[in-house]
Design a protein around this ligand. Structure first.
Ligand code: SF4
Length: 124
């Protein structure tokens, strides 16, 4: 069975101006209720120490069938920030992380961006 993707919204503490236009709860409830994901969660800041600890706790060793869609900042930055922990769990970041830049977007635009990726993964 192919696992459904997990959606994690990284909201940059909630105080970053880059997400000022985004209605976080509208987005997350849309993703978890309307899209074909296993679940959707919010993390306040994945790129600092407790974010590292979260990833280390959360990612399952060797589970190469799970894809993590992370809404947040620049994809290149996300890849750089999260590579170590993915590698340490035996995961392939290039295949298992889909980093989405959702900064400076209105909520409908962010919803559409996530929807497009989820649909693509589901082969729709
Ligand atoms: S990973 Fe990106 S979006 Fe998340 S807190 Fe860090 S800089 Fe902000």
């Amino acid at each position: 069975m192919v696992e459904k993707p997990r959606f994690i919204m990284c909201i940059c503490t909630g105080e970053c101006p880059g997400f000022a236009k985004l209605d976080l709860w509208k987005l997350i409830n849309y993703v978890r209720n309307e899209l074909d994901v296993e679940y959707a969660i919010v993390h306040p800041q994945l790129c600092v120490d407790d974010g590292d600890r979260f990833w280390a706790d959360y990612l399952k060793e060797g589970r190469n069938d799970v894809v993590y869609i992370v809404g947040g900042c620049d994809p290149k930055m996300q890849n750089k920030l999260f590579k170590e922990v993915f590698t340490s769990k035996g995961l392939d970041i290039d295949k298992q992380l889909i980093p989405l830049d959702l900064r400076n977007m209105e909520t409908p635009e962010a919803m559409k961006k996530v929807e497009e990726v989820v649909s693509k993964l589901a082969g729709e």
